[in-house]
Write a new protein. Structure first.
Length: 232
């Protein structure tokens, strides 16, 4: 079997597993059955058992990564349709995005340094709290490793979505906009999906915060790299 045929089969298997996983998740709403959790686990197990290399797998599946960009931009549609909410709360949203972005970057890097993790992991962890397209763009300027960045982003999103409701409950946060902003800032796409489950306003705010946090991180990435590593 040549590499092209193998890559096409891997792409077909990825799509089949994903859509089967979605149907399973609709029937049993459990964290471990989420497509973002179970599909990668099944694919990794499949690659290990069949001894298929990452290069062979990603060959014809690369366009799935490209679709992350348009998928992220699609979140702008409901944001545009609810501009009145943005105009009404622009100051608190701006302050929240700036604070969340700086806290996410600094806490990730400082914790990694406290644990004496390699610099490559520190640079990759710095952008873990923004969605993948923005994270990869920012990591390129910081010197992070794309594979590690993608892994950290997924873990952050799933974990944030899983513990978000419990955290809001413990902190007695009941306001919908606050929940949406928290999900968007801390767990990007996965959190935004959860925010839309709570309500349209929560989803809109989460979408906006997710995109603004991503844009801000990409813009300040060179400055962060200079402060955190060059001048350190």
């Amino acid at each position: 079997m040549n590499d092209f045929v193998l890559s096409v089969l891997c792409l077909a298997a990825t799509l089949l597993i994903y859509f089967a996983n979605k149907r399973l998740y609709r029937r049993w709403h459990r964290l471990l059955l989420m497509p973002l959790v179970m599909t990668p686990m099944v694919l990794v197990a499949l690659l290990v058992v069949t001894h298929i290399s990452w290069q062979d797998y990603i060959g014809e599946s690369r366009w799935l990564l490209w679709l992350l960009g348009p998928a992220t931009l699609a979140f702008a549609v409901p944001v545009y349709e609810n501009t009145a909410i943005i105009r009404r709360h622009w100051l608190s949203l701006t302050a929240g995005v700036i604070t969340a972005t700086l806290v996410a970057i600094c806490s990730s890097v400082w914790l990694a340094r406290l644990l004496t993790l390699p610099e490559e992991i520190q640079r990759s962890l710095a952008v873990r709290s923004i969605t993948t397209p923005f994270a990869l763009a920012a990591a390129e300027q910081l010197g992070g490793k794309p594979d590690l960045v993608a892994l950290f982003v997924v873990i952050t999103g799933v974990f944030g979505m899983a513990v978000g409701d419990l955290l809001f409950l413990r902190l007695a946060i009941k306001q919908g906009m606050a929940k949406g902003a928290g999900f968007g800032a801390a767990s990007h796409g996965a959190g935004t999906a959860r925010a839309y489950e709570l309500g349209p306003q929560e989803g809109v705010v989460s979408s906006l915060v997710m995109m603004l946090s991503g844009v801000l991180t990409v813009i300040i990435a060179p400055i962060v790299g200079h402060i955190m590593w060059v001048s350190a």
